[in-house]
Design a protein around this ligand. Structure first.
Ligand code: SAH
Length: 279
């Protein structure tokens, strides 16, 4: 029996809840110029300008990241400027690509449910949730300590409709509360693409997307993952180059649409997705 994943849920706001902050910005105290200046400029360039409240959430997020990183290793990147660019903006840079694709094919009349697999310190799931507060978010990581830290961040930032799950993608893929349940399933820096698609695609609902963040090796990894994508019920719709503002590096976001159900034998057990990727 796979271990029952531990789950905590922050309830969705009721349907009659007040308009989301991006529609009705409240009067906010002015931000200090020194607070997240790179992130603010970069987000503006990406077309996702931040409210003061969102900037403060990122500021609190950075503070907790540094604090917890002193106790156990979450990330090698902790400098104020670096976190703004290499973590926050890097995560946000994929979002316009997703919105563009969804705008073309998906009526946005309900909150999308996004799962972030191997989220680690919360990337890319938490930055996306901050800029798109209507998202329903499931953060997944195999490591207990990271899950503990993530729950603290979710509480401190007062994020709603976020659940944090300790579990392994290979197991959740066979759990009916997770399999085929998500509109979007993201991953950044978790595994090679041919392994990753076996983690992600079983979790995506038909018509939804796996969203894979990759660096320079994306094209080569994609060639090696093509057969696996097909076998798992996916169809690649875009391999989009994305420029992370203020970094001057091109990265890639691969969007794979789930067009058929994933056959029941996937994901395979005993670490086969990693040890013997589909070919
Ligand atoms: N996505 C984050 C973290 C990358 S580190 C970022 O971009 O910075 C990879 C993380 O994936 C680790 O926290 C590890 O615990 C988790 N992980 C690796 N394989 C996993 C699996 N099969 N299921 C769930 N989590 C996994």
């Amino acid at each position: 029996m796979p271990r029952k994943p531990e789950r905590t849920t922050h309830p969705l706001p009721p349907p009659e809840a007040a308009p989301t902050p991006e529609l009705a910005p409240e009067a906010e105290a002015p931000l200090p110029e020194t607070m997240m200046p790179l992130l603010r400029v970069g987000a503006e360039r990406l077309g996702v300008p931040l409210t003061s409240a969102q900037v403060r959430q990122f500021e609190a997020y950075h503070r907790l990241l540094v604090e917890w990183n002193q106790r156990f290793n979450l990330t090698a990147i902790t400098e104020y400027d670096d976190v703004q660019v290499k973590h926050f903006l890097d995560c946000l840079a994929g979002w316009p690509v997703v919105l563009e694709e969804l705008g073309a094919t998906h009526p946005l009349n309900r909150p999308l449910h996004l799962a972030d697999i191997g989220t680690g310190a919360g990337f890319p799931g938490l930055p996306l949730k901050i800029v798109a507060p209507r998202l329903k978010l499931t953060l997944v990581d195999g490591t207990g300590k990271k899950v503990q830290y993530l729950r603290q961040v979710v509480d401190a930032l007062e994020l709603r409709a976020v659940e944090v799950v300790q579990g392994r993608a290979e197991e959740l893929g066979h759990n009916s509360s997770f399999r085929g349940q998500f509109d979007l399933v993201t991953a950044r820096a978790v595994a090679p693409m041919n392994t990753l698609v076996e983690y992600l695609l079983p979790l995506v609902r038909r018509g939804g997307y796996a969203v894979i963040y990759k660096g320079a090796a994306a094209a080569q990894e994609f060639v090696e993952a093509r057969m696996a994508i097909e076998q798992l019920g996916g169809e690649t719709v875009r391999m989009a180059p994305v420029e992370v503002p203020l970094l001057g590096e091109t990265r890639f976001v691969l969007l794979i649409k789930k067009v058929r159900p994933t056959p029941a034998q996937f994901p395979r057990s005993q670490g086969l997705a990693r040890k013997k990727p589909l070919a």
